[in-house]
Design a protein around this ligand. Structure first.
Ligand SMILES: Nc1ncnc2c1ncn2[C@@H]1O[C@H](COP(=O)(O)OP(=O)(O)OP(=O)(O)O)[C@@H](O)[C@H]1O
Length: 131
C-alpha cells in the first residue's frame, strides 16, 4: 500500500475517533452532571418556545449562540472539576478558587443566556397571550 495513502487513512481514522471520544465525553458529562442535564432540558424548552413564537432567523442565531455558550461553559467546568479532583482530594485554597471561578463562568454565561431569552421570547409570549 502506498505510504502516503496509508498516512491519510490513519489521519482520517484518528479524526473520526477523536470525534467519537469527544461525543463520549459529552455523554459521560451528561450522565454524571445534574446541572448539565438541567441545561439540556432548558435548551429543549427554549427551542420549543422558539418554534411556538415563530422567532426570526436572526433571533434563532442569538438563541443558538446563547445555548452553545452555556453548554460549552458547563462542559469546561465539568472538565476542570475532574482535573482539580485528580490533582488533589485535600482541601486547597487554589482548588477552591479554580472550581469557584469555573462555576462563576457558567453562572455568567447562564445570566447572559437568560437575558437573551427574555429579550427575544418574552415579548412574543406576551403578544400571544395579551392580544
Ligand atoms: N479540593 C478542594 N479544596 C477546596 N475547596 C474545594 C475542593 N473541592 C471542592 N471545593 C469547594 O467545594 C465546592 C463544591 O465542589 P464540588 O467538587 O462538589 O463541585 P460542585 O460545585 O458540586 O459542582 P457540580 O455541582 O457542578 O458537580 C467548590 O465550588 C469549591 O468551593
Amino acid at each position: 500500500m502506498n505510504s502516503d495513502y496509508k498516512d491519510k487513512r490513519i489521519k482520517k481514522n484518528s479524526q473520526l475517533s477523536s470525534f467519537r471520544l469527544a461525543f463520549l465525553g459529552i455523554c459521560s458529562a451528561f450522565m454524571k452532571e445534574r446541572n448539565l442535564r438541567i441545561h439540556f432540558c432548558l435548551m429543549a424548552i427554549v427551542v420549543i418556545l422558539g418554534f411556538f413564537c415563530h422567532i426570526s432567523l436572526h433571533e434563532w442565531m442569538f438563541i443558538f449562540i446563547a445555548i452553545g455558550l452555556v453548554i460549552s461553559m458547563e462542559l469546561m467546568n465539568t472538565a476542570l472539576e475532574r482535573v482539580v479532583d485528580l490533582v488533589t482530594k485535600e482541601y486547597h485554597p487554589l482548588a477552591k478558587q479554580a472550581k469557584d471561578i469555573a462555576a462563576g463562568a457558567v453562572l455568567f454565561s447562564a445570566i447572559i443566556a437568560l437575558l437573551i431569552g427574555i429579550i427575544i421570547i418574552l415579548p412574543k409570549l406576551l403578544d400571544l397571550y395579551i392580544y
